[in-house]
Ligand binder design. Structure first.
Ligand code: SF4
Length: 419
């Protein structure tokens, strides 16, 4: 039964209005088209076999302003300002990821994620170096144990692309760092001696920067611990260097399942044919893929871009899992949106597209308070006997609330009421 229609809390970001003005071309550009043009313009002498060699991609990362200026127009004063920024927050971009940037668009959504901005230092007084208090919860160097049944391993601070919105930007100051075998042994020992830990998350810096053999040793040691039920790997390689996901890596990973991989796609343009093929190889190796994206100003802060991103993810069989409110990290303020923006985006997706395509919008509470899901309010009123809801269109519905002591069979008489 529809009681009435309310409009007051409809999403403020409609499918056609949003803060991100890149929608039309993003929606129309065939995947890989921009990258092909970029390669023809700047890397025409690099054969496919070399371009698709992940070690070549890794060795040829762009890490200096002078090198970057060969691809993206940067006037001399901007170059000087960026040199100051990277003395604090270095950068690194793979040729593959660089090829997804429109060099002539200063507001390009891929560029905003990878190319340093003067705003990083101009707004550096805002935010915190370690808003999630990870250092406080480190039980041994590189191992965070904050929740009873989960532990987070950070094996390196190296990443092929240094995302400008990274929560662990503080780690970049220490130069390139890979945990020693002795450090890793301490982490494994702690996990072995803590039977409550059933879920180990290996997260960024990106552990796939380790050699396949070294990563295998870590996984083998974890798998030998009987109470470790699942291993999760958070990686941006499928996005920024998909060539790394080769048959050798997939064959190795398939030996130590259940392994779950969390990818980090933030924009539909990142879902290139190479990224799709990398995800397919992982899926065929028995590894489920979930995507954790970060809500970023000028990148994906509109209903249209988020919907397109999630549709494209589902087409390559990656489940949109979380959409994160950007953590309150020093040097990222220019990329953060209001919390209301995220809630409005979810309101603009829920009901308008498949539930499978709607991620859970979450905020990681400062100080290690954990994740809290945020969603539009659908409950208008509640009593012991009845709930009153609004649906995604603003129509109002009443649902009888079963008495607490009624049996499960009564649930079926509650929903739905006829419209
Ligand atoms: S891949 Fe992850 S850990 Fe690495 S820079 Fe990006 S956000 Fe940070």
């Amino acid at each position: 039964m529809i009681l009435s229609t309310v409009h007051a809390d409809k999403p403020s970001l409609s499918h056609t209005d949003g803060q991100n003005n890149h929608r039309p071309s993003d929606a129309e550009d065939p995947p890989g088209c921009l990258s092909q043009r970029f390669r023809q313009r700047f890397f025409h002498d690099v054969p496919d076999a070399v371009w698709n060699d992940w070690k070549w991609q890794f060795r040829n990362r762009i890490t200096t302003v002078e090198h970057l200026a060969q691809f993206i127009p940067l006037d001399p004063s901007e170059q000087e300002r960026l040199k100051f920024v990277i003395s604090r927050y270095p950068f690194s971009i793979t040729p593959h990821y660089l090829s997804l940037i429109d060099p002539d668009d200063p507001d390009d959504p891929v560029r905003r994620q990878a190319v340093p901005s003067c705003e990083e230092t101009a707004l550096a007084g805002i935010g915190d170096e370690d808003p999630l208090a990870e250092q406080e919860h480190s039980v041994v160097p590189g191992l965070v144990h904050r929740y009873p049944d989960r532990a987070l391993m950070v094996l390196t601070n190296l990443c092929p692309v240094l995302c400008r919105h990274c929560t662990r930007k503080r780690e970049w100051r220490h130069g390139k760092c890979v945990r020693t075998d002795a450090d890793i042994a301490l982490m494994i020992d702690y996990i072995r001696q803590t039977p409550d830990i059933r879920d180990v998350i290996i997260s960024g810096g990106d552990s796939l920067t380790l050699s396949t053999g070294r990563l295998e040793t870590v996984l083998k040691n974890l798998r030998a611990i009987s109470h470790v039920e699942i291993i999760r790997i958070g990686t941006r390689f499928p996005v920024v260097l998909p060539q790394r996901i080769d048959e050798e890596l997939c064959a190795m990973l398939s030996k130590y399942g259940p392994i779950w991989i969390n990818t980090h796609f933030n924009h539909p343009r990142e879902i290139t044919p190479e990224a799709a093929a990398a995800c397919d190889r992982l899926l065929r190796s028995g590894i489920p893929l979930n995507n954790q994206s970060v809500l970023l100003r000028g990148v994906n802060d509109s209903v249209a871009i988020q919907t397109k991103l999630c549709h494209e993810l589902l087409k390559i069989k990656v489940r949109p899992y979380y959409l994160f409110q950007t953590d309150d990290v020093e040097g990222t303020e220019h990329l953060r949106t209001s919390i209301e923006t995220g809630i409005a985006i979810i309101a603009g997706m829920r009901g308008y597209t498949s539930g499978l395509a709607v991620p859970t919008f979450v905020i990681d509470l400062p100080g290690g308070g954990g994740k809290v899901p945020l969603q539009p309010e659908y409950v208008i009123a509640a009593s012991p006997n009845e709930y009153i809801f609004r649906n995604y269109e603003g129509s109002v519905f009443r649902c009888r609330n079963p008495r607490p002591d009624t049996g499960a069979e009564d649930v079926h008489s509650v929903i739905p009421l006829s419209r």
